[in-house]
Design a protein around this ligand. Structure first.
Ligand SMILES: Nc1nc2c(c(=O)[nH]1)N[C@H]1C(S)=C(S)[C@@H](COP(=O)(O)OP(=O)(O)OC[C@H]3O[C@@H](n4cnc5c(=O)[nH]c(N)nc54)[C@H](O)[C@@H]3O)O[C@H]1N2
Ligand SMILES: Nc1nc2c(c(=O)[nH]1)N[C@H]1C(S)=C(S)[C@@H](COP(=O)(O)OP(=O)(O)OC[C@H]3O[C@@H](n4cnc5c(=O)[nH]c(N)nc54)[C@H](O)[C@@H]3O)O[C@H]1N2
Ligand code: SF4
Ligand SMILES: [Mo]
Length: 868
């Protein structure tokens, strides 16, 4: 029986899906499903959203303020933070301190941090991880439109006749938006999808046309398109067959209802702002903007990347879409009654950490981001944090790669606990509502900021008693002396009922009246009311391959992990898709560099090296490799790809080039390979390769080592000598298997092989769930296969329902199924296999993207969604 159901918003990607959290009265367990009433998803969730309930446990959470390694009360910790910041400011001035914040803060948290830094400390040294994510788009929008405006909405994806996806692996990174595109294509098979991405991604596999262009050459392509649209001659050297370019250009020219969607393949570039404007130019020239079914559409990454842009979380924006011109600084100062307004932009993320490194910044407060992993030159970032005299980190997790450098750690409420709002890619503001009690002493981020502000002497301006008051103040600021001069206007939400706030798209000039699209009237936000077409001179990536580093490393996301894995890393179901950090390599490059499929590769850049598991992929262009960004020092022995990448930035936006870095690869010759499962944490020597993934009642490590071991002795050294050991050793062939039981219960298991293997002992994993292992069963723990079957090598294909490949193959064989849709229907009558690779199966319009067990509301028929 369900006794509580709370409507809230998914904390992952910028699609901003509504979710309903429901508690089962009998078990007390929470379950999460899509909210059929939310206009971003109409009930659908992707696999990450569907797994949310598996990630809300308190293991590893930071539950108390910590000074150094010791728990301290809130009073002591807050006093210390306020004292240190005040002292540094008094001695060295406001620009000697900085905040580094995140698109995963809620709007209210973000607003509080921005107000404290820009209005009260008097510096603009507050920047955000959105610098690594959306800042080129912000700069591109501002140059073209005079404002950071996303002109369109998701409904345009339903209505478009041509959807161009540029540098966006939408199928994996914005799965529910991708579903919406595929559903439209199912309804109207004439609709076309073009994907522009050097890699053949899951997204590209669904496209009518995939342009696998040379990395970084997008501006050449879109300049060429612009010339074609103008009827001019053009240089078309983008590394793909000319016929493909002709198809793309003619489709674009002939299709009025065209939406061009882009994401990090465009933004994360040393010429990202130009690339954004090269795309926007084509829409401005053709007038395809702000009208149904057309427009340039940047998909935002984080759940509240957009909210951060709104409040002014970027160092070069002031607040509420106002910049640092004198009139706006004066206006915001008056509104805040601020004693000390920042008068000029502050340091952008990469420069901010450089200033920490060289001692200009002496106190740093990091909130809701993990810069030691996610910034380029991650080694330099770590050195900077280590050298900084005072580092404060607001976190949900006790242990992250960044948190190890903190002098003070402040426990923040997590998703499901905190109160606030987020804005998604289509400018839609939605509530996050808590359904879990605050654990330990954790507090909301805004509360922590307001407490520190109070102790710094600014109590009056930070005297909010709840997030709703902050939201109201923010709405009033957006409307303050606006008179239509600024796109962001929330006048219609001022004084509204925060608790019952329904999802709504800004601007909201009057209560209940959201706005689906802007610019259809041809009025933009430059002083003359017009837009600007920019003259773009394409530039290559800042660092090009050479003899020493002949390959281009491309980095990005995997379907089932979120960033540095602090949340998704807790789910065994999500870990199954990719339990190790992979390096995707074209077979030709594997031959050239001596790499084997499933073997290990050492990938080195100028400043560092990582070790990754090789996955052959003919969808890579030869000369280019791809690695995921998720693994870090908590989850692998050495897989922080940011340490390989130089911090070359875009001169306009300051966004670093994270997609093109020259590297070298070489095989790592391992003497042995292993799989370790343990109920308890295990300390492994640094010299090994290891990658850790969540199991159900245990963790799983994949291991490899370059030196041979005396296995019975080593196993005990790692796992403990006491308890009961069951072992099998074949020293000649290099096989070892050992299981340790404590009080009759399985504690840990180690399998060692002489070769690389994707061996995954499901039957042993299941044994961790049992209270006792019976005598007869014990031997099977160290057997190379489960009792009576070969499921040990079963790779999980469908993460939603844990369906193994062998199971699927058996179903195909036994029932003579031919299409993925049939297989899906066969598997226990559910839509299990739908979207094994997000979208390549039967009828994608039906059922959830990945995981929708619940019936979902059909996508609205075109024209039916109101902006509200
Ligand atoms: N599963 C999952 N989803 C996520 C996230 C996550 O961590 N996990 N994070 C969220 C966040 S914050 C963000 S910003 C988004 C990112 O969403 P995306 O931008 O879609 O994801 P990425 O994998 O970073 O990169 C997208 C694609 O850019 C391509 N690319 C690289 N170089 C070029 C180039 O020169 N030109 C072109 N045209 N393409 C290129 C890459 O091959 C890659 O397929 O995802 C969001 N959604
Ligand atoms: N090489 C390479 N690097 C990249 C990218 C890439 O494509 N390639 N992508 C870049 C992009 S687009 C992004 S967005 C970044 C993401 O990089 P990060 O922001 O560094 O990654 P996250 O793991 O999301 O870090 C969020 C942290 O905040 C904590 N947290 C979660 N919720 C809250 C909260 O409510 N309050 C507080 N105080 N803490 C919270 C989490 O535990 C986690 O430690 O990575 C960037 N780095
Ligand atoms: S698409 Fe997935 S990750 Fe993104 S908001 Fe929806 S459920 Fe969450
Ligand atoms: Mo992002």
């Amino acid at each position: 029986m369900i006794d509580t159901a709370i409507r809230t918003t998914c904390p992952y990607c910028g699609v901003g899906c509504g979710v309903i959290a429901e508690r089962d009265d009998a078990s007390g367990a929470w379950a999460v499903r899509g909210d059929p009433g939310h206009p971003a998803n109409f009930g659908r969730l992707c696999v990450k959203g569907a797994a949310l309930a598996e990630t809300i446990g308190l293991d590893g959470r930071l539950l108390h303020p910590m000074i150094g390694g010791a728990a301290a009360g809130w009073e002591t910790a807050l006093d210390l933070v306020a004292e240190k910041f005040s002292a540094v400011i008094a001695e060295h001035g406001p620009d000697s301190v900085a905040f580094y914040v995140s698109g995963q803060l809620l709007t209210e948290d973000y607003y509080a941090a921005n107000k404290l830094m820009k209005g009260f400390i008097g510096s603009a040294n507050i920047d955000t991880n959105s610098r690594l994510c959306m800042s080129s788009t912000v700069a591109g929008h501002v140059r073209a439109f005079g404002s950071d405006t996303v002109p369109g909405c998701y409904e345009d994806l339903d209505l478009a006749d041509l959807v161009v996806l540029v540098g966006s692996n939408t199928a994996w990174c914005h799965p529910v938006a991708f579903q919406r595109i595929l559903a439209a294509k199912t309804r109207r098979p004439d609709m076309r999808i073009v994907v522009i991405d050097p890699r053949r991604t899951a997204t590209a596999e669904c496209a009518d046309l995939h342009l696998a262009i040379r990395p970084g050459s997008d501006a050449i392509l879109f300049n060429g398109l612009l010339a074609h649209l103008k009827g001019e001659e053009t240089d078309l050297d983008v590394g793909v067959p000319l016929e493909q370019i002709v198809s793309f250009f003619s489709w674009f020219a002939d299709t009025e209802k065209t939406v061009t969607v882009w994401s990090q393949g465009i933004n994360q570039s040393s010429s990202g702002t130009d690339k954004v404007d090269a795309i926007i130019n084509c829409h401005l020239l053709t007038g395809r903007i702000g009208r149904p079914g057309m427009g340039p559409f940047s998909l935002t990454g984080q759940p509240n990347a957009m909210g951060g842009r709104e409040v002014g979380g970027l160092a070069n924006m002031l607040a509420a879409h106002m910049g640092f011109d004198e009139a706006n600084v004066e206006r915001v100062g008056r509104f805040w009654n601020a004693p000390r307004m920042a008068a000029k932009p502050g340091l952008k993320a990469v420069d901010l950490f450089k200033a920490v490194k060289d001692g200009r910044i002496k106190a740093l407060w990091v909130m809701a981001t993990n810069p030691a992993v996610s910034l380029p030159e991650a080694d330099e970032v770590r050195a900077a944090m280590a050298a900084c005299p005072f580092v404060v980190i607001s976190e949900c997790e006790a242990d992250t790669d960044s948190a190890q450098f903190a002098h003070v750690r402040l426990p923040a409420l997590a998703w499901g606990e905190k109160v606030g709002t987020v804005t998604n890619s289509e400018r839609r503001i939605s509530r996050q509502r808590p359904f879990l009690p605050a654990p330990g002493e954790a507090r909301g981020d805004w509360w922590i900021i307001a407490q520190v502000a109070g102790r710094m002497g600014f109590g009056e301006a930070f005297a909010w008693t709840g997030a709703g008051e902050i939201f109201d103040e923010f709405c009033r600021l957006t409307a303050f002396e606006n008179d239509g001069a600024r796109d962001l206007d929330l006048a219609g939400l001022v004084g509204g009922d925060y608790e019952s706030l329904e999802p709504i798209q800004w601007p909201v000039k009057a209560p209940g009246q959201g706005t689906a699209r802007l610019f259809a009237d041809g009025r933009f936000y430059h002083p003359d009311g017009r837009s600007r077409m920019l003259d773009i001179e394409p530039r290559p990536p800042a660092r090009l391959p050479d003899e020493a580093f002949p390959l281009i490393l491309n980095t990005g996301r995997m379907r089932d992990q979120w960033h540095t894995m602090t949340r998704t890393g807790r789910s065994a179901r999500l870990a199954a898709h990719a339990p190790e950090p992979l390096l995707s390599v074209h077979p030709r490059d594997a031959l050239r560099f001596g790499l084997a499929d499933g073997g290990l590769a050492r990938v080195s850049g100028r400043r560092a090296a990582v070790v990754l598991r090789v996955a052959l992929d003919s969808g890579q262009r030869p000369g280019e490799v791809f690695a995921p960004i998720h693994w870090n020092d908590r989850t692998a022995s050495g897989a922080v790809v940011g340490s390989l990448i130089d911090a070359a930035t875009d001169p306009v936006s300051g966004q670093p080039e994270l997609k093109q870095a020259p590297v070298m690869v070489a095989p790592l010759a391992a003497a042995w390979h292993g799989v370790l499962l343990s109920r308890n944490p295990v300390e492994l020597p640094r010299s090994l390769y290891w990658a850790k993934a969540a199991g159900h009642a245990h963790s799983i490590w994949r291991l490899a080592g370059e030196a041979g071991e005396d296995w019975p002795a080593t196993a005990k050294q790692w796992l403990g000598t006491d308890g009961e050991w069951i072992e099998f050793l074949d020293p000649n062939r290099g096989h070892y298997r050992g299981a340790r039981l404590v009080d009759g219960r399985l504690d840990s298991v180690l399998f060692v092989f002489p070769w690389a293997t994707d061996f995954s002992p499901d039957w042993v994993a299941a044994a961790f769930g049992r209270a006792a292992i019976e005598g007869g069963e014990r031997a099977t723990l160290v057997a190379g296969a489960p009792p009576g079957g070969d499921r040990g090598r079963d790779k999980t294909v469908c993460a939603c329902f844990n369906v193994g490949l062998a199971t699927i193959r058996a179903a195909i064989r036994d029932h003579r199924l031919s299409s993925a849709a049939e297989v899906g229907a066969d598997a226990e009558g559910r839509d299990q296999l739908r979207l094994v690779r997000a979208g390549n199966s039967g009828d994608p319009g039906r059922g959830g993207a990945e995981g929708g067990l619940e019936p979902v509301t059909p996508w609205p028929s075109p024209g039916a969604t109101a902006a509200g």
